[in-house]
Design a protein around this ligand. Structure first.
Ligand code: DX5
Ligand code: ZN
Length: 211
């Protein structure tokens, strides 16, 4: 069974607690939280105070995706705010090894991710040190974009090499491309607009989970 990680970027921020509880009740084990700083990506979202505000209202795993410059400066605040996994971009740091160790020392899990133009090989030296790899299938910054199919090859490549690795896919996943997504070998599925813009979000969560 796949793990569903609804991205609250597409949720109604005026009722974030209800939105999270709704997808959790439908069977989402993870809540994907997109942090954007207006520098690393051309959009702004939320900071640690939002994460800590929703933390008491959810038992789900908070899967925090940091699309920010200088992640070293902020990982501690996000860990304290209640993140369970902090995923950082290969492109956002000069010293990935040090950043991975810093996150681990905060007592949270660590994920590594790459943008669509970045070749998958760059993360191979870090695979043994991380808890999860996230493959971006859109250029980060906005929800509701179309999945870039070539990026699925990165997931296939990793799945062949690492049968047990947690591989998360993020960007453009919809019910109508779910077959391809699952065939690629991803086991943690981020879905933002597909869930929160649906007429019946619970059904979408269940459909992804049970595929
Ligand atoms: C994009 C974010 C994604 C986004 C996914 O920069 O990292 O998590 O919210 O949204 P959808 O599923 O709508 O592509
Ligand atoms: Zn994301």
């Amino acid at each position: 069974m796949a793990i569903v990680a609804p991205s609250i970027l597409s949720a109604d921020f005026s009722k974030l607690r209800e939105e999270i509880q709704m997808v959790e009740k439908a069977g989402s084990e993870y809540i994907h939280i997109d942090i954007m700083d207006g520098h690393f990506v051309p959009n702004l979202t939320m900071g640690p105070c939002v994460v800590s505000s929703i933390r008491p209202h959810s038992k789900a795993i908070f899967d925090v995706h940091l699309m920010i410059d200088n992640p070293e400066q902020y990982v501690e605040s996000f860990a304290k705010s209640g993140a369970d996994i902090l995923t950082v971009h290969y492109e956002s740091t000069k010293d990935m090894k040090a950043l991975i160790n810093q996150i681990k020392s905060l007592g949270v899990k660590v994920g590594i991710t790459i943008n669509p133009p970045t070749p998958v090989e760059v993360i191979l030296p870090y695979i043994d040190d991380v808890d999860m790899v996230l493959i971006m299938t859109v250029n980060p910054g906005f929800g509701g974009q179309s999945l870039i199919e070539e990026c699925l090859d990165k997931i296939k490549f990793l799945r062949e090499k690492y049968p047990e690795l947690d591989i998360e896919i993020d960007g453009g996943v919809k019910l109508d491309n779910l077959d391809k997504v699952m065939e690629s070998g991803a086991n943690i599925i981020v879905a933002g607009s597909a869930v929160f813009n649906a007429e019946n979000p619970e059904e979408v969560v269940k459909a992804i989970k049970n595929r």
